[in-house]
Design a protein around this ligand. Structure first.
Ligand code: ARG
Ligand code: MN
Ligand code: MN
Length: 298
């Protein structure tokens, strides 16, 4: 019998992983841009779980900013994502700053032996408390998922590491800190910086990414930071970096990932409506989500 594909939206109004206020409104902005309608148009059975609770208490004096609160949210999110997958839904997580990936990945990796991750981002988010220039946890979630960083974060949901270095592909990088570059070399992480995207073109980058991951993983999580896009196309982000991916090549990337059939979960993060222009960045997120879920031009 034909059954509808099921997707569950989970909002995470997290702004504690960095210091620019407003990114907590990201989930509302993305919903308001027509997310549910888009998914229903594509014939999905859509459930919206609402938002995970995030406290408003900011302990900015800690060296790792808001560690306790970020840990609490990560745990709650991991449980929610785990549950959603258990019930046969595709988890679609809306940020919030990128620290939420710690919880999303903890929940997803409960269900796969060898999860792959595509980290679509201007940044590597591979800092540890030792290498971080800012103390902002949104610059650390990929390292945490590899088992590197503060114990309180790496031990969430027990399994350490959640992701193997060889199961990661970073796309769109153009702002990497010194310690991140060292870690990439040391662990031999596959990275397509803007240089490779320019040289090869996005079609080849995604083809290579899929070929690389498909023989080693049993499911791929897409973690898409809207600052991967050029600030012209996505101005509403807290840490914009010029010289980014275009709206068009990002659509192509999403379409090709949809065709691969390997994506098992996704999150769209760092949308900050306070910094945006008429919700442009949230609208870009919804358009990209459409392509990821199989929308075609014709
Ligand atoms: N998810 C993000 N936007 N991360 C930006 C991180 C910026 C910088 N590398 C830091 O660690 O502070
Ligand atoms: Mn980023
Ligand atoms: Mn990021």
């Amino acid at each position: 019998m034909y059954s509808k594909r099921k997707v569950c939206i989970i909002g995470v109004p997290m702004d504690l992983g960095q210091t620019r206020r407003g990114v907590d409104m990201g989930p509302s902005a993305i919903r308001y841009a027509g997310l549910r309608e888009k998914l229903e148009e594509l014939n999905f059975d859509v459930k919206d779980h609402g938002n995970i609770y995030v406290s408003h208490y900011h302990e900015l004096e800690e060296s790792l900013k808001n560690l306790t609160a970020v840990t609490e949210v990560s745990k709650a999110l991991a449980i929610m994502v785990d549950d959603v997958i258990q019930n046969g839904f595709f988890p679609l997580v809306l940020g919030g700053d990128h620290s939420i990936a710690i919880g999303t990945i903890a929940g997803v990796t409960k269900h796969y032996q060898n999860t792959g991750v595509i980290w679509y981002d201007a940044h590597g988010d591979l800092n540890t408390p030792k290498t971080s220039p800012s103390g902002n946890i949104h610059g650390m979630p990929l390292a945490v998922s590899m088992g590197l960083g503060h114990e309180q974060l790496t031990t969430i949901y027990e399994r350490i590491p959640k992701i193997k270095a060889e199961n990661i592909v970073i796309i769109g990088a153009r702002s990497l800190d010194k310690g991140e570059k060292e870690l990439i070399k040391e662990k031999n992480i596959k990275v397509y910086t803007m240089h490779e995207v320019d040289r090869l073109g996005m079609a080849a980058v995604i083809t290579e990414t899929i070929d690389y991951l498909k023989e080693r993983v049993d499911g791929i999580h897409l973690s898409l930071d809207l600052d991967s896009l050029d600030p012209i196309d996505a101005p509403g982000v807290g840490t914009p970096v010029v010289g980014g991916l275009t709206y068009r090549e990002s659509h192509l990337a999403m379409e090709m990932l949809a065709e691969s059939g390997l994506i098992v979960s996704a999150e769209f993060v760092e949308v900050n409506p306070i910094l945006d222009e008429k919700n442009k960045t949230a609208e870009a997120a919804v358009a990209l989500i459409g392509s990821l879920f199989g929308e075609k031009l014709l």
